[in-house]
Design a protein around this ligand. Structure first.
Ligand code: NAD
Length: 249
């Protein structure tokens, strides 16, 4: 069974659908119940197995109960994709304290809490894989994204720390650092970048990508599937960019 957080939208939903299509039972965890249920509806309509679980990844009790329910309903836990995340806006000169706290609570603490809750189940299954969702913003500076850059940098560092600490338990831990993918998360940022005009914001963003376009949720989901699978059996502690060449410049 694969547990995916933030699977009610964007990259997480694409991953839930892909993992299910590959035969995994999927625990679809999201803050928004209806969003999680919609993802489950898509999976079951295609003949897959999934369960919707409402939880805030930043709250330990909610995470622990979601992981336990996932195992209770779908059986042994093999994979965790810590994908849930939120954005921030503003440079260090104008970001709010709330923005900073929310960004760290969901992106960094959420990754910690879900992983901590999952480790005993992964271990008792004989090992498994954790995939963390970083971002290019955790590797290079993205203007006016101070809290998000810092929180994703924390996810990258946490991934390395988890990889070495969990290796003896046969749990591999890797992170994906996607470049810009058009999802509900990014739309406000893209609009703002174009001074309210989405097309202008997209055009300003695409020039940063040598490949000449933004990514799709499915392209990131395929990287997650690879890292979660036995195909990546010698990979742990890897920080994998999927960014159309953005950070290669
Ligand atoms: P999205 O907004 O489309 O989906 C995120 C989902 O996470 C939503 O369904 C939301 O309800 C859920 N969520 C938010 N806070 C939560 C919480 N506290 N607990 C549980 N669920 C919560 O976003 P997306 O673009 O698909 O992003 C997914 C991940 O990928 C995030 O970690 C994001 O930072 C990362 N990422 C996205 C991009 C991009 O360009 N879209 C680039 C790099 C990294």
């Amino acid at each position: 069974m694969a547990l995916i957080t933030g699977a009610g939208s964007g990259i997480g939903r694409a991953a839930a659908e892909l993992f299910a299509a590959e035969g995994a039972a999927v625990a679809v965890v999201d803050l928004v119940t209806e969003a999680a249920e919609e993802t489950v509806g898509k999976i079951t309509a295609g003949g897959g197995r999934a369960v919707a679980l409402a939880a805030n990844v930043a709250v330990a009790e909610e995470v622990e109960s979601a992981v336990a329910r996932a195992v209770g309903e779908l059986g042994r836990l093999d994979v965790v994709y810590n994908n849930a995340g939120v954005n921030s806006s503003g440079s260090v000169a104008d970001a709010t304290e709330d923005d900073w706290d929310r960004c760290f609570a969901v992106n960094a603490k959420g990754t910690f809490l879900c992983s901590r809750a999952a480790v005993p189940y992964l271990e008792s299954a004989g090992g498994g894989a954790i995939v963390n969702q970083g971002s290019v913003a955790g590797l290079v500076a993205v203007p006016n994204f101070a809290a998000y850059c810092a929180a994703k940098g924390a996810v990258v560092a946490l991934t390395r720390s988890m990889a070495i600490d969990l290796a003896a338990r046969r749990i591999r831990v890797n992170a994906i650092c996607p470049g810009t993918v058009f999802t509900p998360l990014m739309e406000p940022m893209l609009r703002a970048r174009g001074d309210g005009d989405l097309e202008a914001g997209l055009a300003k963003t695409v020039v940063k990508y040598p490949i000449g376009r933004l990514g799709t949720p499915e392209e990131i989901a395929r990287v997650a599937l690879f890292l979660a699978s036995d195909e990546a059996s010698f990979m742990t502690g890897s920080i994998v960019t999927a960014d159309g060449g953005m950070t290669a410049q």
